[in-house]
Structure formats: structure tokens, C-alpha cells
Design a protein around this ligand. Structure first.
Ligand SMILES: [Zn+2]
Length: 65
């Protein structure tokens, strides 16, 4: 199973790789674009981002089975 989910950065439209498990445990993940530096976590304002990432993750899981 894929541990990481790729979401689009709300700031620079770059990639952010998140691990949904770690995210749920309160982890935060940083945009891969070093010049951007946006990070997402469940407790931050970027809830919409993480929300859609989780949905995407659920979809990925369903596709696996
Ligand atoms: Zn970014």
C-alpha cells in the first residue's frame, strides 16, 4: 500500500507529499518547493487541503482492493 499521498500546494501549486497516518497523528508536511515553505497539518488553516488529501487517500485504498 502506498504510504504517501501527493497533494497540490495551495500556495505554489507544487507537490506536497503527505502520509495520512502521520497527518492524523498531528504531523505536518512541507511543500517540496523549497522557495515556498508552506506546510500542512490537520490543526492548521489548510484543513481543506488535508481534507481533500484524505479523500484522495481513501480513493487510493479502494482502488487497491
Ligand atoms: Zn508550495
Amino acid at each position: 500500500m502506498k504510504d504517501y499521498s501527493e497533494i497540490q500546494c495551495p500556495n505554489c501549486s507544487g507537490k506536497i507529499l503527505i502520509n495520512p497516518k502521520l497527518l492524523l497523528q498531528g504531523g505536518s508536511f512541507r511543500c517540496t518547493n523549497q522557495a515556498c515553505g508552506v506546510s500542512v497539518s490537520l490543526s492548521s488553516k489548510s484543513n481543506q487541503v488535508t481534507d481533500s488529501a484524505m479523500k484522495e487517500f481513501e480513493t487510493l485504498k479502494k482502488e487497491q482492493y
